[in-house]
Design a binder for this molecule. Sequence first.
Ligand code: TA6
Length: 281
Amino acid sequence: MPAQEINKSVVLTHPSGATANVALYGATVTSWVAEGEERIFVSKKAIRDGSKAIRGGIPIVFPVFGTSEKVKLPQHGFARNNIWEYVGLITDNDEVVVRFALKDTQLTQQQRNSWPFSFRLSYTVALSEKSLKTTLVVKNEDIDTFEFNTLLHTYLLVPDVEKVSVKGLESCHYLDKVKGGEKFLESNDLVTIGSEVDRVYCNVPDHLSVNIGNGSVIDITKSNLRDTVVWNPWVEKAQALADFGDDEYPNMICVEAGSVAEWVKLAGGQSWTGGQVLTVV
Ligand code: TA6
């Protein structure tokens, strides 16, 4: 079965043996196995009962990144905290493609009060032998224009984050949230992690390469997403997260394609499409 709904998740299986799991909760990818190895980090302390966003995987951030004075919603919005509808298997040619949907009518009244627009999100997950493609379509079903942030909060599994490097961010400006949001210019060809890192890189090229440090590389090709966030909580912030093991920060790096530095404007009746392809090289 190329796609099977089991225990509120959809399990994708590709003829090559690659697999992926997508929880209906948040339409959160919680596993991606390519060439026999798990590529996605999910904390062993992740809460999976729907009371909180899953700590790990690829949570969908929408309609706000972080928090905002303009939008009174919990951090990173409501998309990752709601049960999405499983629309079904779209194709299973050389890719296994499944679709999920979230409509404004599925939100809590409090969420709708905070973000009172008619919308429909359509999210496709496409699994091939070496790639996982995740694409979000935002449809404004309202009359008025609305603005949003969106981001794929990708947690990559790594053996030792201090051996990881991210290539492709050189010469990008970034907002350093560890230093009060101060703006810097990235001068390094390779970005490495040796302490807490929480940076919003702006206007980033569409192709990044993450050297996992054990000989494998994950390419990230984004489309219509301007920015990329790089995050590792390191020791103290990891200890402060109840749903994150104190000893887990060495085994993850978040490299998150998104449009977060500026609001995306979407006129009534219009659609916006953006996404990423993760590829094992
Ligand atoms: O994407 C990085 C970030 O914004 C960090 O500041 C940190 O808060 C992380 O997201 C996790 O946020 P969460 O709400 O999932 O705990």
